[in-house]
Write a protein that binds this ligand. Structure first.
Ligand SMILES: Nc1ncnc2c1ncn2[C@@H]1O[C@H](COP(=O)(O)OP(=O)(O)OP(=O)(O)O)[C@@H](O)[C@H]1O
Ligand SMILES: [Mg+2]
Length: 297
């Protein structure tokens, strides 16, 4: 795929999206983006252009993604749905630059992931992307605060700065009173909130979450969704994989994969609309205070 093919694929995807999108959606995003991280504003946050992914296992090859094209604008909140094995995690790994397509192109902030070397890729993952996983992936026998400090250590921040920022991130997740607890001393919902704190501590513009509520009860699911809604309201792009329709309903757009193909791309609300779980400042404060005090002590 040369530059001309990329331009052609881009414009055909754009034309399709323009056709499918209601007029109100065509207004450019005006959401604030974290200071100093606006990226190349001309480009969408994510451009997946005719991406296929085939895994070769000896004699067998598994086609996990087939000619997937997907554009995600800055500030969107996208839920990716689809049955088990439909290619959701494969797509997420490509979006997070953890894996590369077999064919097609992936551009993040207008940069072709294929043209970045390993150092640039890890820098990009560390600075721009926050990952959240179903199984939390916290480092065992390590305190919440040390877990959250980890990406800052990779980024080369000094000890004092690391501590301050990790504390602030945990505080914003309602976890200020659990800084020194190890993962095994925390509930599932609390562990996931530590994982979200770790994902956002570097102030990334893109949050990628693979079934973040898959192991949570309904109360913790709502807590975590409210956090994602808030992050999105602050201008971050959120892409979340889920099996649960009521979780997907909290997003602004739902993309369904089936057997490695996009079979549905439905907009639930405008790019500039707040996600439904965003509360007014005052009630958010009250809710956080009450919820945390009640549920976490
Ligand atoms: N590393 C791998 N090697 C070989 N095949 C793989 C690999 N990872 C995924 N696959 C295959 O690719 C297909 C898509 O897998 P993927 O993990 O993306 O599905 P998923 O939609 O995330 O499913 P789930 O909902 O169960 O997590 C599956 O058929 C899977 O077996
Ligand atoms: Mg998966």
């Amino acid at each position: 795929m040369g530059p001309r093919d990329i331009r052609r694929a881009r414009s055909s995807v754009r034309a399709r999206i323009a056709r499918e999108r209601p007029v109100v959606e065509r207004v450019p995003a005006t959401m604030p983006i974290p200071a100093g991280q606006a990226g190349h504003r001309r480009h969408p946050a994510i451009e997946v252009l005719q991406v296929s992914k085939t895994y070769e296992l000896g004699q067998i090859s598994v086609c996990a993604l087939r000619d997937v094209s997907l554009l995600i604008e800055r500030g969107d909140f996208v839920a990716i749905m689809g049955s088990s094995g439909s290619g959701k995690s494969t797509l997420m790994n490509i979006l997070g630059c953890l894996d590369v397509p077999t064919s097609g192109r992936y551009l993040i902030d207008g940069m072709d992931a294929r043209q970045l070397d390993e150092d640039e890729l890890s820098d990009l993952r560390n600075r721009k992307i926050g990952f959240v996983f179903q199984s939390f992936n916290l480092v065992p026998r390590t305190s919440a605060i040390a877990n959250v400090e980890l990406p800052l250590a990779y980024a080369g921040l000094g000890r004092g700065d690391r501590r301050r920022r990790a504390e602030a991130a945990l505080d914003s997740m309602g976890m200020a009173d659990r800084l020194h607890h190890e993962p095994s001393e925390l509930s599932g919902g609390q562990q996931q909130r530590v994982a979200v704190a770790r994902a956002i501590v570097t102030n990334p513009t893109l949050i990628l979450a693979d079934e973040p509520t898959g192991n949570l009860d309904s109360r913790s699911t709502e807590d975590v969704l409210r956090i994602f809604a808030r992050l999105n309201q602050q201008g971050r792009t959120v892409v979340l994989i889920t099996h649960e329709p009521d979780v997907a309903e909290q997003a602004k757009r739902v993309v369904r994969l089936s057997d490695g193909k996009v079979t549905e791309d439905r907009r639930l609300r405008g790019l500039n609309e707040p996600p439904p779980l965003v509360l007014s400042q005052k009630s958010a404060h009250r809710q956080a205070g009450e919820g945390v005090a009640e549920a976490r002590t």
